[in-house]
Design a protein around this ligand. Structure first.
Ligand code: MLT
Length: 262
């Protein structure tokens, strides 16, 4: 089982992921928000590349069951229903809704991975669920970090450390006979350096510092909380949903009105 890793989707040819098994990671905050939204009963998430596409698609879907959500520079896009704070995606707000999802990096990475054979959305909050899925599939995977636009490197430390944690957990299962590329080994080394305190690491990253500056400090606590939202968001076609068995368990879970505490 070979694990490869891409630190940024910006140079990636969409067709390079055709028929591959892919995990997309955007810790701050798209992957976390998607896990929370689906766990709280959202019907589906449709990642789009641009605000124009978000408006075009949501315009053709029925009004009261569709939400237009997303951010630019971390703040809610004007005229949209929600931003990209996981704390906004409560059961009362999202249950049963189709969510058109438009963010700076996360939704772009997800959209560009749409030709994948299997595509799951990973974060710290659903870490073990993702690792179990990778073991269940049992063949080669590409882990795609959403990264950060408007920096020379497009490198996101939090996404790389999250990917490294997945690699570390997989490498502890000797039955997998893992083959790691240099980028996967690098991410694993970053996890071994920063993984002792995920909350502390998030606070030290470029995007973590920025989110705290614009008033989203509580989001970092949610995004750092390992295995608190154990769901498996899968992209099928252009839509992200939970697997059938997950939906049943989520319905029972959301029936207990579980809400995230920051
Ligand atoms: C992204 O997609 O770039 C991030 O999720 C942005 C954010 O939520 O701050």
């Amino acid at each position: 089982m070979k694990i490869d890793l891409c630190f940024s989707p910006f140079e990636l040819d969409e067709l390079a992921l055709r028929d591959k098994n892919v995990i997309v990671i955007d810790v701050l905050r798209s992957s976390t928000t998607i896990a929370v939204a689906l766990s709280n009963g959202a019907r589906e998430i449709i990642p789009v590349e641009s605000i124009e596409n978000a408006v075009k698609i949501s315009g053709s879907l029925f009004g009261d069951v569709t939400l237009r959500v997303g951010e630019r520079n971390g703040k809610m896009i004007q005229g949209f229903n929600l931003g990209n704070s996981p704390l906004e995606y409560t059961e009362a707000t999202v249950k049963g809704k189709s969510i058109i999802f438009c963010t700076t990096n996360g939704s772009v990475a997800m959209y560009r991975s749409r030709f994948a054979k299997n595509l799951a959305i990973g974060s710290f909050v659903n870490m073990s669920r993702i690792v179990d899925f990778m073991k269940e599939v049992g063949s080669d995977f590409v882990i795609l970090c959403a990264g950060r636009a408007n920096t020379f490197s497009n490198f996101s430390l939090e996404d790389a450390v999250c990917a490294g944690m997945m690699v570390q957990k997989l490498s502890q299962d000797k039955t997998l006979h893992l083959q790691l590329t240099d980028s996967a080994l690098a991410a694993q080394a970053l996890y071994k350096t920063y993984g002792r305190s995920i909350p502390k690491m998030l606070k030290s990253t470029e995007h973590g510092i920025y989110l705290r500056e614009i008033g989203f400090a509580e989001d970092l606590k949610v995004c750092a909380s390992i295995d608190t939202v154990p769901v498996l968001p899968l992209l099928v076609g252009n839509v992200i949903k939970l697997r059938k068995d997950e939906t049943r368990s989520t319905e029972s879970a959301s029936a207990s009105t579980t809400t995230l505490s920051a």
